[in-house]
Every structure is written in C-alpha cells, then in structure tokens.
Design a protein around this ligand. Structure first.
Ligand SMILES: O=C(NCCCOCn1ccc2cnccc21)c1cc(-c2ccc(F)cc2)cc(O)c1O
Ligand SMILES: [Mg+2]
Length: 214
C-alpha cells in the first residue's frame, strides 16, 4: 500500500534529523514541506509568532488542538520550563502515531502527552483523567469551526484563569470567522491579531491571540 504524505515526512525526519535535537526536527519538516510536499504544519514564519507567545505565556500547562505530525507540539514543548507539560489532542489515529514517533526523535516525549479523540469529548475529561486544573496556554489548530465552541467549552469547564493565553492559527485562511467575531466581542478576552502567511506559501494568513481577563 502506498505510504501517506505524513509517513514520508516521518521518513525524512528519521533519516535527516539529529536525534534529540528539536530544532533539527523542525528544520527537517520545514525543508521537506517547502521543497517536496506541502503540509499543514504551522511552519517557520507563523512558528516565530507561536514561539513569542509561548515565551510570553511561559506556561506550566499548555494545551494544543490539532497535533497533526507534531511540528507545533515540538515548537511549543522545546520552550517549556523543566516541570511544564503540553497536552495535545489529535483525532486521526494515523497522525497521532506518526506524531508520537517524530516527537520521540525530537527527544520531547517526556514533556508531551498526545491524547487521541475529539476535542469536545476530551475537554470535559482533562480535570479527572489528566489532572488539569487550569490551562496557561492553548494553541487552536484543529477544525476551524471547532475553535469557537471549544473556547466556550474551556471557559464553561473552568480551565481558564486570569492571564490564560489562547493563540489560534489560520484566522484568515482557511479562516475561523465565527471564532474571530465571538472572541473580539467577548468582554473577558483581550485580542491581538498577527498578520502572516499560510505555511510555505505566499497566501495571506494570520494568528489571533486572546488573553483571558477573568
Ligand atoms: O484544517 C486544518 N487543520 C485542522 C486539521 C484537522 O483537525 C482535526 N482535528 C485535530 C484534532 C482534533 C480534535 N477534535 C476534533 C477535530 C480535530 C488546516 C488546513 C490548512 C489548509 C490551508 C490551505 C489549504 F489549501 C488546505 C488546508 C492549513 C492549516 O494550517 C490548518 O491547520
Ligand atoms: Mg493550522
């Protein structure tokens, strides 16, 4: 059976990256996806914005929706302080298993927990099953129509505290108009837009940061 694009990305990382070196894994994925096959990683341009917001948040508990092959999970986890951890949710089992291998190559398996399932089912389980009390940083990069309902669910479940930072990918392309409308009009969120480009393309895109004010 033909290999998937995601399997080919894993092959490239496994062959070219330096084991235990997250930067070399990120560079390998960016090189492969800009030169060989486009893939929906946040990429190196928007990745710099992600880095800056993660550094600003300096999270103890970080949450990500949309693991894919683990690129942004590695980007986030490489910046976390010693006892901090990232929980990342992926609903596609093939993607989850490929991400697990790529994260292992990056040497970040101890800091990252991949949870397989749908965000709407996992979010209510985070407290009991994953000992999560509050979430300091959330990266939204899954189905764009889930950004808004999942933000509401996070708030309703009481995971957001004063200063919790949300960062959403693909605000322009593919776009998340209902999320943007909701978050910018919500009195408890302080929003900032970061214009950028779609990963590996000249197409316009943007990220939106929303700080929860309690
Ligand atoms: O669609 C995208 N991402 C989402 C994947 C599925 O996510 C599903 N998914 C992952 C956890 C999870 C948890 N619960 C439910 C669904 C859950 C996505 C798409 C594009 C894109 C841009 C241009 C194109 F021509 C085609 C595609 C770019 C991006 O940066 C993206 O992030
Ligand atoms: Mg994205």
């Amino acid at each position: 059976m033909d290999q998937s694009k995601e399997q080919r990305i894993l092959n490239s990382v496994s062959y070219n990256a330096v084991k235990g070196d997250p930067e070399s894994v990120l560079d390998c994925i960016d090189n492969y996806c800009s030169q060989k096959e486009w893939a929906m990683n946040v990429g190196d341009e928007k990745g710099v914005i992600l880095d800056k917001v993660v550094e600003e948040a300096d999270p103890t508990i970080a949450l990500e929706f949309g693991t894919y092959v683990g690129y942004s999970a590695i980007r986030i986890a490489r910046l976390l302080k010693p006892n901090a951890r990232l929980l990342t949710i992926e609903f596609n089992p093939e993607f989850a298993s490929i991400a697990r291998e790529i994260i292992e190559i990056a040497g970040l398996s101890e800091k990252i927990t991949i949870i397989e399932g749908h965000s709407q089912d996992i979010i209510p389980q985070l407290r009991e099953k994953y000992q999560v009390d509050k979430v300091d940083f959330v990266f939204l990069d899954h189905w764009k129509e889930r950004y808004c309902p999942d933000t509401i669910l996070l708030e309703e479940c009481g995971y957001l505290k004063k200063g919790s930072i949300l960062l959403a990918d693909n605000i322009v392309y593919p776009g998340a108009p209902d999320f943007v409308k909701y978050i910018r009009s919500h009195k408890s969120f302080d929003c900032t837009n970061y214009p950028s480009h779609l990963e590996y393309m000249k197409v316009e895109d943007a990220m939106e940061k929303a700080v929860y004010m309690g």
